[in-house]
Design a protein around this ligand. Structure first.
Ligand code: HEM
Length: 431
């Protein structure tokens, strides 16, 4: 007994070191620990002695809700940036393609704001619940993980540059191509980290191979590629639905709106169908214990069905909008984006289930935490959270209204300009 306690305290001291020094030294080999290291459970650092201030289910609920918002913004960003870049590259000045790309890129910096702001809360919730796994994987790819901040800042700057150039009628695809590379890099690093955190068996070899520098990517996980493709395909698909939405609820010229509707619908249908194929791939590469757990769990299996049904409905609505719908058809555009978003909510729940089941199979049970709820703080947080979301909704309505006003004023000014020109030409003819 005393010997076991001594062994555990050695692990705890090691764990403390990794957080203080940040170099994963708790993985250093101690001959006495050989046996324990062979069992996966002991790859996890010790649990934080401070109890959780709220129940696990509440952290998971808040994490999933905010992650849905992060994924919606992120998917819209990835896809619309790609499409807009291609159109800007191909479109000649004053062509519908060029105008369409300008219309889209002007919205992208705002999307980035939401990607970041809706990314922070789920990161905090995940760290609270899965810190023992997530901190470890983050340290193991530390160089790339930290580089996300630098790349993100540059990418954000480039997006503003694109929007500025679009406003002054200049081409901007070179800048957006660079920012696209940044965005895809960040997406890839997130995918790598979120899969590495599920593989405690890979941590020690990776640490040894990288010499503690955090500069080597993990290999050998069959789920990383399908998972990344799933996110990318979903991004293009949801962005297509977003363009449909913009074609109807935006303030674009009729020919630009028609262009956005057609291509938005085609992209949404095609890529959401691809997302489904990638989803099946993600499922099939999971170990049997995870597949069984997903199918037998009420929440996860219902979420899986919800994802499949809503995505099919979004594909159908997008196809109708692209080929048979009229430009300005509000119902089709709203249906496509709504079903797309509900599909995203479905896969976030399944994704959460995959993580819990995988970690459980390796000895980490997220539900086994000491909870000492501090309800006054929790209620204050919830009030601020709901208030914050309401405020964001209010701001969005204000922005949409003022965009409409500006578009109307520009149209009136352009109409007046054309009328003046017409009068001038008529006067010249008379003379
Ligand atoms: C251009 C910027 C970004 C892109 C393209 C992006 C993309 C992604 C992708 C693809 C995933 C899914 C990874 C997977 O499960 O395979 C993800 C997850 C996540 N991202 Fe982002 N992300 C961006 C910025 C951010 C930022 C700035 C934060 C927070 C500060 C953030 C927080 C998160 C969190 C918390 C998760 C999932 C965590 C979990 O599963 O618990 N992201 N992101």
């Amino acid at each position: 007994m005393a010997q076991t306690k001594a062994k555990i305290s050695v692990i705890q001291i090691g764990t403390l070191l990794v957080f203080v020094v940040g170099n994963g030294s708790y993985l250093a080999r101690d001959p006495d620990l050989e046996d324990q290291e062979n069992t996966t459970l002991f790859q996890f650092p010790s649990v934080d002695p401070i109890p959780l201030p709220a129940p696990v289910w509440l952290f998971k609920l808040l994490g999933d809700v905010t992650l849905v918002l992060h994924f919606l913004a992120m998917q819209l960003l990835v896809g619309s940036l790609t499409l807009a870049t291609v159109w800007n590259f191909l479109g000649k000045k004053h062509s519908v393609r060029r105008d369409g790309s300008d219309a889209v890129i002007r919205k992208v910096p705002t999307l980035m704001t939401y990607v970041i702001n809706f990314g922070v809360p789920p990161l905090l919730f995940s760290q609270v619940l899965y810190g023992r796994a997530l901190y470890t994987s983050s340290v193991l790819i530390g160089f790339y993980w930290i580089s996300v901040i630098v790349v993100l800042t540059l990418t954000y700057f480039l997006l503003y540059k694109c929007a500025d150039r679009a406003n002054s009628g200049r081409a901007w695809w070179g800048y957006s191509l660079l920012s696209w590379v940044g965005v895809v890099y960040i997406a890839k690093i997130f995918s790598i980290n979120m899969t590495l955190m599920l593989r405690p068996e890979a941590w020690q070899p990776l640490y040894q191979a990288s010499g503690g520098l955090g500069m080597i990517f993990p290999t050998g996980d069959p789920s990383t590629t399908p998972r990344f493709l799933f996110m990318l395909a979903g991004g293009f698909g949801l962005s297509g639905a977003g363009l449909l939405f913009l074609s109807t609820f935006g303030n674009e010229k009729p020919e630009v709106a028609g262009f956005l509707r057609k291509w938005g619908g085609i992209f949404a249908a095609g890529f959401l169908a691809l997302e489904m194929a990638a989803g099946v791939w993600v499922y099939r590469v999971q170990p049997a214990v995870v597949q069984d757990g997903i199918m037998s769990g009420t929440l996860t299996s219902s979420a899986l069905w919800a994802w499949a049904v809503f995505t099919v409905l979004a594909v159908v609505a997008s196809l109708i909008a692209a080929f048979w719908g009229k430009t300005g058809s509000k119902i089709l555009a709203a249906t496509a984006i709504l079903f797309g978003a509900l599909g995203t909510a479905g896969f976030v729940v399944v994704r959460d289930g995959i993580r819990d089941l995988t970690l459980l199979s390796k000895g980490f049970d997220v539900w086994q935490r000491t909870v000492v709820s501090n309800w006054s703080v929790v209620l204050l947080f919830l009030a601020l959270f709901v208030g914050g979301l309401a405020l964001i909704g209010f701001l969005l309505v204000l922005v949409a209204r003022s965009a409409k006003q500006i578009a109307n004023q520009t149209a009136v000014a352009a109409f007046a300009g054309e009328a003046d020109l017409q009068n001038l030409m008529e006067e010249e003819d008379d003379q």
